[in-house]
Design a protein around this ligand. Structure first.
Ligand code: GDD
Ligand code: MN
Length: 392
């Protein structure tokens, strides 16, 4: 069993696989380690590159996930696939400085240390040439993470860290596994204060390939925070749906004001126009945020919009019936109205999930570049050690 493992999540990193393997091997010279690439069936054939490499270097291993996507979940599967007592995680694009790995492992082996974070915000660390917008985004993420983390860390947004196996076992069942920010997830999933140490490093530029960070990743971070804050009470997807709905109410009020003051239309016409526009806006926002994994495009987008509009009209009918009924029974108007809204939002959400975005249906998959199966030369018998004979 190797003492150290380095987990590297990859998606379309074919050009970086050999470079990073060489760099890590030279940084950990003389240490007993294994390197685990977790690839989500990258279309560029990253997995076959790793397999190829593992044929000549037994320290290299591949976890090849099919029909799966996600940085956090890939990292967790990689960490669970090793037996090593000390596990580090780093990106596969050379942005993290592999030469600080030995220092990270040294600190991790000290008594009572749970996690060692590679940080860009302490002595010896810096953001390198990171664009200023990304630095600002990272600062925001850092502030928000304080809401959920059980440790004071200078760089919780870092994807470069090492954990002790016992700590991983302790929190693994509480992990949310959403999005990019696995370190925040690990630190927020503990039920006790976490002992964290830090090691500075300079963030480098990507060696080759492209970043996978986009708007979606931002929403996933929001989802992670929501899950940590209220996951035990309300399903996160429903909370996102509710937030989109609440934003829709604000948008509708703004539209009403515009139409009534500048559009010279009657109240009823303004209400109808703004309702239709807001149903469209809600659909588009839910398509991008709440149900982004099942995002509809092209013709499916249009038919989805039609189905969503029908579902919401029925929801509105339910809303009116419930609110009206309760009000008639003597319930105060705010409560009656709220009950109507709540029932309608649960209805709209369920119809959206089941009929429009069909979250339980398997989706069609575009296969990646096929991994070539190379013939493996059998080892000559004479060079194989005989397990039955000891000391001969
Ligand atoms: N298996 C798998 N699946 N790997 C993925 C996926 C995925 O869906 N998405 C990204 N990766 C891999 C990439 O191939 C890369 O090795 C690593 O995860 C980081 O992805 P990048 O696309 O390079 O992200 P980044 O450079 O924008 O973000 C990095 O910096 C952040 C700090 O600002 C990451 O290290 C983040 O973890 C880090 O928080
Ligand atoms: Mn990167």
């Amino acid at each position: 069993m190797p003492e150290f493992a380095i987990v590297i999540p990859t998606f379309n990193e074919r050009g970086n696989v050999r470079t990073i393997t060489r760099a890590v091997a030279s940084a950990l010279e003389g240490m007993d380690f294994e390197l685990i690439f977790v690839d989500d069936d990258s279309p560029d054939g990253t997995a076959s590159e790793v397999l190829e490499l593992s044929r000549t270097d037994p320290r290299v291993r591949l976890v090849h996930r099919i029909r799966r996507r996600g940085l956090s979940s890939a990292v967790i599967e990689g960490m669970m696939a090793t037996n090593a007592p000390y596990v580090a995680v780093m990106d596969g694009d050379m942005q993290h400085d592999e030469t600080v790995l030995p220092a990270m492992f040294r600190k991790l082996r000290r008594d009572g240390v749970d996690v060692v974070v590679g940080t860009r915000h302490c002595a010896g660390g810096s953001m390198g040439e990171f664009p200023s917008e990304r630095v600002k985004l990272s600062q925001w993420g850092r502030r928000l993470s304080a809401l959920v983390c059980h440790a004071d860390v200078s760089d919780p947004m870092s994807g470069f860290f090492a954990v002790r196996r016992e700590y991983l076992e302790e929190v693994v069942r509480n992990l949310s596994c959403v999005g990019f920010k696995i370190l925040v997830d690990l630190l927020a999933s503990a039920t006790r204060p976490v002992h964290v140490e830090e090691v500075g490093y300079v963030f480098r530029n990507r060696a080759c390939g492209e970043t996978k960070l986009d708007l979606q990743v931002g929403f996933e971070y929001l989802e992670l925070l929501l899950d940590k804050l209220l996951g035990g009470w309300i399903p996160v997807r429903y909370a996102l749906f509710g937030m989109v709905g609440a934003a829709g109410v604000v948008a509708q009020l703004a539209l009403m004001r515009l139409l009534l003051f500048f559009g010279q239309v009657t109240f009823d016409t303004a209400q109808i126009i703004s309702s239709l526009l807001v149903i469209g806006l809600n659909f588009a926002a839910n398509n991008r945020i709440t149900f982004r994994q099942r995002r509809l495009r092209g013709w499916s987008w249009l038919s989805g919009l039609a189905a969503f509009a029908v579902a919401c009209s029925l929801g509105l009918y339910l809303n009116l019936r419930v609110a009206d009924g309760l009000f008639g029974m003597g319930v105060q108007w705010p409560l009656a109205s709220l009950a109507g809204i709540l029932i309608a939002s649960v209805w709209n959400y369920s119809m959206g999930a089941i009929l429009v975005w069909r979250i339980n249906r398997p989706r069609r998959w575009v296969p990646a570049v096929a991994v070539p199966v190379l013939p493996i030369e059998p080892m000559p018998l004479a060079s194989q050690p005989d397990p039955g004979v000891v000391g001969s």
